[in-house]
Design a protein around this ligand. Structure first.
Ligand code: CAP
Ligand code: MG
Length: 423
């Protein structure tokens, strides 16, 4: 058998380096499990092969070069020739493929990747990124404020557009579809686009502010392209894709053929990310999404809202990771990365006006905050809900407490009475 564990090996610039959390199955040593993981994810299999030759074994053999048994972490350096540049499904079929199902491991989690420069540059990366979006919205500093039309599905096209309009004139920058709203019997995609974009134009004229609509184009790949074209023809600058359910191949197609800003919803990520011992971290999914080229990505709310995800886990995506694999490699959405543009972090899920100071303090200004229930659940409806969100943001910008700011702002006052302030 080939020997993949080589603690003397030093990864080169041409290696793709992966860090795994590894729990070996009963009866196996840590090294034995790592050996099998390295083999199955590259050139090997369960037995010796008559077809293996020296050339393959020396050129393409990965090295398990670092082992931390206490933390159960192993790092494997793979020669980049094992991967097809620009092909994310192929890369994942290797480093996040069969290995999850092997009997030799009880649990396996992909926790970090370092891509060689050539591979990074084989993907397009975000078309606009944070700078491009801020320029489009003429908002150089503050967090962007958005809502998700609620109920998630159920409203017809006209009601959907009216809810969007109220949200915009109430002071929000962005309105988006929910992840499970596409083209329904009661809410047709094209009709929704027509009506909603018309009211977006009206809201822009009335407020003098740039307003954004993010329609969900998630569907079969060709259909996504058709829907994006339709949005483009009708003056829409954004589209949204559910990146995990559409799949990374679909996402690559959209990035390569669609010219709008790309908002990435991560519905379903919990199936991969939630078990701390198994799967793939959100950190890695964020890296993959950035490489392919989303402009905005849901990363969680740092424990403020309804969704699971500790502040550490969320902030390591936006800010720093505890033990970067290479020096200076942090801020997964914004780190310097061979010219790949930074991605806007999206905080969404159970947020309301009273959450704003805490989310802002934790996640900083380069964040898009979204409020679904926290706008449309306002006692006086959507318009008041949107106003309350904008007022709460104004309070933060003016360094005032929400309670003080709410004294003569009835919308915020009512929101705070209903939901309180996140502590
Ligand atoms: C928020 C949301 C988002 C999730 C996504 C929803 O609505 O639209 O999809 O929060 O979570 O449908 O729940 P609310 P994440 O504001 O009404 O909660 O960003 O963690 O992937
Ligand atoms: Mg949603």
């Amino acid at each position: 058998m080939l020997d993949y564990v080589d603690l003397k090996y030093k990864p080169t610039k041409n290696d793709l380096v992966v860090q795994y959390y590894v729990e070996p199955a009963k009866g196996l040593t840590f090294e034995q499990a790592c050996e099998q993981v390295a083999a199955e994810s590259s050139i090997g299999t369960w037995t010796e092969l008559s077809t293996m030759n020296k050339k393959i074994a020396t050129k393409l053999r990965p090295s398990v070069y670092s082992i931390n048994k206490k933390k159960r972490l192993a790092r494997i350096a793979y020669p980049q020739e094992l991967f097809e540049a620009g092909n994310m499904p192929q890369i994942l079929s290797a480093i996040a493929g069969n290995i999850y199902g092997m009997k030799v491991i009880d649990n396996l989690r992909l926790t970090d990747i370092t891509f060689p420069k050539k591979m990074v540059q084989s993907f397009k990366g975000p078309r606009y990124g944070i700078k491009g979006i801020r320029k489009m919205l003429k908002l150089p500093k503050r967090p962007l404020l958005g809502t998700i039309v609620k109920p998630k599905v159920g409203l017809d096209e006209a009601h959907h557009a009216k809810v969007a309009y109220d949200s915009w004139v109430g002071g929000l920058d962005i309105v988006k579809d929910d992840e499970n709203l596409t083209s329904m019997s009661f809410n047709n995609f094209q009709k929704r686009i027509d009506k909603t974009l018309k009211l977006r134009d009206k809201a822009e004229r009335e407020t003098g502010e740039k307003k954004i609509y993010m329609p969900n184009i998630t569907a079969e790949t060709f259909e996504m392209l058709k829907r994006a074209k339709y949005v483009e023809r009708h003056g829409g600058e954004y589209v949204m894709v559910d990146v995990l359910t559409a799949g990374f191949a679909g996402l690559q197609t959209v990035r390569d053929h669609v010219f709008q800003v790309l908002h990435a919803h991560r519905a379903g990520h919990g199936a991969l990310t939630r078990n701390p011992k198994h799967g793939i971290t959100m950190h890695v999914l964020a890296m993959i999404s950035r490489l392919i080229g989303v402009d905005q990505l849901h990363i969680g709310t740092a424990d403020v809202g309804k969704m699971e995800g500790s502040p550490d886990e969320v902030l390591e995506i936006e800010r720093e990771i505890e033990e970067p694999m290479i020096k200076g490699k942090n801020h997964i959405l914004a780190q310097d990365w061979h010219g790949v543009k930074p991605v806007f972090a999206v905080a969404s899920g159970g947020l309301h006006p009273g959450s704003i100071p805490k989310v802002h303090a934790r996640m900083g200004p380069d964040v898009i905050m979204q409020f679904g229930g926290g706008v449309h659940g306002h006692p006086n409806g959507t318009l008041s809900g949107a106003r309350a969100v904008r007022q709460a943001m104004d309070a933060v910008q003016h360094k005032s407490s929400l309670t003080d700011w709410a004294q003569n702002r009835v919308e915020l006052k009512k929101a705070l009475i209903k939901w309180g302030e996140a502590k």
